[in-house]
Design a protein around this ligand. Structure first.
Ligand SMILES: NC(=O)C1=CN([C@@H]2O[C@H](COP(=O)(O)OP(=O)(O)OC[C@H]3O[C@@H](n4cnc5c(N)ncnc54)[C@H](O)[C@@H]3O)[C@@H](O)[C@H]2O)C=CC1
Ligand SMILES: CC(C)CC(=O)C(=O)O
Ligand SMILES: [Mg+2]
Length: 353
C-alpha cells in the first residue's frame, strides 16, 4: 500500500504527523505500507512556485491512496487565484476524479456534553453527508472579476451535468441502502435551475432504489433542521458548496470540527483522506490541534482503499477508548477531563492501539 502524505500548511504537519505515527505502528505490526511525503498548497507555492506541482501530481497518480492535512494561510491571500493553496486542493481532487466526498458525522457518547446541542437531541447521532466534490460553483466556468460599465463585477457559475448528478446519487443511494435506508437530497430548486436539475436527476436515479426512502429539502431549511433535529437524517446528498457548508455545521453536533474525517473517492475507491477542517492558522504550531479527525481519516483509508475493515475498526476503537479515558484537546475539553496537546493525543491513541 503506497500512501502519499501531503501535510500541507498550518496545523497540517502537526495532525498528519500523528496519523503517520499510527500508520508506522501498524506497519511494525505487519501491515505492508509505504509512506511518501509530497508538497501541496502553500508549502508547494514556497518550494516550487505553484500549489500542485508536477512532482506531486506524479506522486499522487502513482500512490494507492493519499493522506492530506490541510492547505491555506492568510499569507497567500494576495496571490492570483491560480497560485493560491486552495486551488491546489481543487486541482488534486479534479486530477484524481475524486467526485464522492463522504463525511460521517458521528457523535462519540463521551462527547455528548460538548456537542453544540443538548445531549437528548444528539445522543447516538450518526449521519453521513455525501458531498459532490468535483463540480458545482467551485469549478464552473466562466468565473472571474471584471470591470463592466465603470465598476468591478464578480461572478461564478453553478453548473452540474446530468451524469455528474447521477453518479453521486448512486453513491448516496448505495450508502443509504447499507445504513438505515433513508436519503435526503438537499438543493435550492426554488430559485436555482442547476439544483432543479439536481432534484430531477436524483428523483429519477431513486427509481432504481425502491428500498431507499428518498426525501428532498431546501438547503436553508436543511441548515436549520440539522440543529433542530439532526437525527431525522440518515444520509444527506448534496452539491459541492452546500455540502462544504453543511458538513462544517454538522461537525459541531459531534463536539468539534476536529472530530470529522472524510474520504474523497473516485469510481474505483482510489481515495484521498483528510479531516474536513482547514489549516487553522490561529492555532498552528502550538500543539493545540485535535488530530482525531485525521486519525479517523486513516481508518476510512484502510476501510475504503485497502479493504482492511478490521484494522479500521481497531483505530476507531482506540479513539473511542482515548475519549473514554478522558483525554481531550482544547476544542473538546470540559472540566474534569485530561487536557492534552496534539502529540499527547497521538500518544494516547497509539497506546490504545
Ligand atoms: N481541506 C482544506 O485544506 C481546507 C482548507 N481551508 C483553508 O484553511 C484556512 C483557514 O480556514 P478557516 O476558515 O479558518 O477554517 P478552519 O477549519 O481552518 O478553522 C476554523 C476554526 O476551527 C478551528 N479548528 C480547525 N481544525 C481544528 C482542529 N483540528 N482542532 C482544533 N480546532 C480546529 C480553528 O482553530 C478555527 O478557529 C483558509 O486558508 C482556508 O481556505 C479551509 C477548509 C478546508
Ligand atoms: C478549498 C475548499 C473548498 C476546502 C473546503 O473547505 C473543504 O473541502 O471542506
Ligand atoms: Mg470546508
Amino acid at each position: 500500500m503506497k500512501i502519499a502524505v501531503l501535510a500541507g500548511d498550518g496545523i497540517g504537519p502537526e495532525i498528519t504527523g500523528q496519523a503517520e505515527r499510527i500508520l508506522l505502528a501498524l506497519r511494525s505490526d505487519g501491515l505492508k505500507l509505504e509512506l511518501e511525503p509530497g508538497l501541496l498548497g502553500g508549502c508547494a507555492v514556497d518550494a516550487a512556485g505553484e500549489p500542485f506541482p508536477e512532482i506531486t501530481r506524479r506522486l499522487v497518480k502513482e500512490a494507492d491512496a493519499v493522506l492530506l492535512g490541510a492547505v491555506g494561510s492568510p499569507k497567500y491571500d494576495g496571490l492570483p487565484r491560480e497560485k493560491r493553496p486552495e486551488q491546489g486542493l481543487l486541482a488534486i481532487r479534479k486530477e484524481l476524479n475524486l467526485f464522492a466526498n463522504l463525511r460521517p458525522a458521528i457523535l462519540y457518547p463521551e462527547l455528548a456534553s460538548v456537542s453544540s446541542l443538548k445531549p437528548e437531541i444528539v445522543s447516538n447521532l450518526d449521519i453521513l453527508i455525501v458531498r459532490e466534490l468535483t463540480g458545482d460553483i467551485y469549478f464552473g466556468q466562466p468565473r472571474g472579476i471584471e470591470r463592466r460599465e465603470g465598476q468591478r463585477v464578480g461572478f461564478n457559475t453553478m453548473i452540474y451535468t446530468e451524469a455528474e448528478i447521477n453518479r453521486i446519487a448512486h453513491v448516496a443511494f448505495q450508502a443509504a441502502r447499507k445504513r438505515k435506508g433513508r436519503l435526503c437530497s438537499v438543493d435550492k430548486m426554488n430559485v436555482l435551475e442547476c439544483t432543479q436539475l439536481w432534484r430531477d436527476v436524483v428523483t429519477e436515479t431513486g427509481k432504481e432504489y425502491p428500498d431507499v426512502k428518498l426525501s428532498h429539502m431546501l438547503v436553508d431549511n436543511a441548515a436549520m433542521q440539522l440543529v433542530r433535529d439532526p437525527k431525522q437524517f440518515d444520509v444527506i446528498v448534496t452539491g459541492n458548496m452546500f455540502g462544504d457548508i453543511l458538513s462544517d455545521e454538522a461537525s459541531m453536533l459531534t463536539g468539534s470540527i476536529g472530530m470529522l474525517p472524510s474520504a474523497s473517492l473516485d469510481d474505483r475507491n482510489k481515495g484521498l483522506y483528510e479531516p474536513i477542517h482547514g489549516s487553522a492558522p490561529d492555532i498552528a504550531g502550538k500543539d493545540l490541534a485535535n488530530p482525531l479527525a485525521t486519525i479517523l481519516s486513516i481508518a476510512m483509508m484502510l476501510r475504503y482503499s485497502f479493504a482492511q475493515e478490521e484494522v479500521a475498526m481497531r483505530i476507531e476503537h482506540a479513539v473511542r477508548k482515548v475519549l473514554a479515558q478522558g483525554f481531550r484537546t482544547s476544542d473538546i475539553y470540559e472540566p474534569g477531563m485530561k487536557k492534552v496537546g496534539t502529540r499527547e493525543m497521538g500518544d494516547a491513541v497509539l497506546a490504545n492501539l
